[in-house]
Design a binder for this molecule. Sequence first.
Ligand SMILES: [Mg+2]
Length: 229
Amino acid sequence: MTSSGFGHQNQTAPGDQIVLWDFDGTLADTLSSSVSIYNELATQHGFRTISDPSTLRDLTTSEIMQLLGIPIWKLPGLARRFMARQKHVIQHVPLFPGIEHVLRTLRNSGVVLGIVSSNSDESIRLCLRANNVEQYFDEIVGYARLFGKHLALRKTMAQRSVLPRQILYIGDEVRDIEAAARVSVEVAAVTWGWHSSSLLSSQRPTYLINEASEILDMPRFRSLRAGPD
Ligand SMILES: [Mg+2]
């Protein structure tokens, strides 16, 4: 796990609100470029390719791996090659609609923003910089394991000495909901990413979010001072 801050790391106060974001499929619309990269690698390594990504939106990560014929022991190598390729295209990946406004509004209201993602710290920064939002984030935690997100969340809480109730995690997959639940953190599941709305709601996230602006309407942010636009 790598962690680096570019604000005042570990300066969180007891009353602070912290929003931790997943990156792929939540902040950044990496879906189509990810499928293209995966299909190139799949052709080279003998896995099944993805022709229609929408047919996979109701399947968990483990189910997708089974369907595509990817043995779990090949996953680390595949993930490494995937991320090496993604680094070359990540500057061209846009954020989802309305995300920039939400980030700016939360940040201007004093909310601490961070990213906890299984993507690499370097790729995340390249994309944030290209979209001119890097300055809103205090912390980016990239970690190497696909199923270790709860550990990354726990480590972030310990390093910053924050309580679970101060944190909202926002993600687009079932494993994001599971990770937040394991560390007793509220989770907002967004429906514009990888997993379908019906699959996400079946896992009972704290909130189900269909549009970015709904994040600002959450009860936990109502008391925040509206920042300048
Ligand atoms: Mg994601």
